[in-house]
Design a protein around this ligand. Structure first.
Ligand SMILES: [Zn+2]
Length: 206
């Protein structure tokens, strides 16, 4: 487990993700294969430059959309990119041990989990019991949205609201506040566009 300084600043980490996503969109991705020497080097330890909390959706693999290789991203994937005790524990590990300078909550357009939460909140739809528990983590994010909007408009707004909700909850943790005050950690929300492959980084909340 590494205790050395982060591989780059939070701002540099964000630029690396944005440039990687651009290469991915342009079809100029760097990592079709990984060399044995790279694997051997990484076997000694990891020093990822960013932690990504994304959705389990098969269409949004963070390493591919950011054109990042083995050892570069610390990734947590859970339907609807929600927080829960084990997710928070994993994030705490990323912060306290790996010290990744950048944390990204990565939602995506057309998220089925968010759509199910809309169904539950606005239309009284019911799911199997454990899915219901998952949706309970998303539903508070839908507060203030207009349930009568056209389906795709509402889903678009809800996806972004859900990312912002998770970012706010993370930012409220004492550790995040302390590390952001030190100026060494950045926490950002982002939404992946299924059709274009582009990651849209969100402006911070006021
Ligand atoms: Zn999803």
């Amino acid at each position: 487990m590494s205790t050395s300084s982060p591989p780059c600043t939070a701002a540099e980490a964000l630029t690396r993700l944005q440039e990687g996503n651009e290469r991915f969109i342009q079809g100029r991705a760097r990592f079709p294969t990984v060399q044995k020497e790279v694997l051997a080097e990484l076997a000694k330890g990891q020093q990822p430059f960013a932690t990504i909390l994304g959705c389990s959706d098969s269409r949004v693999p963070p390493e591919l959309v950011f054109d990042a290789s083995f050892g570069e991203l610390f990734v947590i994937r859970v339907a609807g990119n929600v927080l829960g005790p084990s997710i928070l524990g994993t994030l705490q590990y990323a912060g306290s041990h790996l010290k990744t300078p950048l944390f990204v909550v990565l939602g995506h357009e057309g998220c089925g989990a968010v759509e199910a939460a809309i169904g539950s909140r606005f239309h009284g739809a019911r799911q199997k019991s454990r899915i219901e528990i998952l949706l309970e983590d998303i539903e508070p994010a839908l507060e203030g949205l207009d349930g009568t909007l056209p389906r795709m408009t509402l889903l678009h707004q809800a996806v972004e609201a859900n990312v912002r909700h998770t970012v706010r909850a993370l930012r409220a943790t004492p550790e995040a506040q302390a590390r952001e005050r030190e100026g060494v950690m950045k926490l950002v929300g982002a939404v992946y566009e299924l059709q274009t492959g582009r990651v849209r980084f969100l402006e911070p909340d006021e």
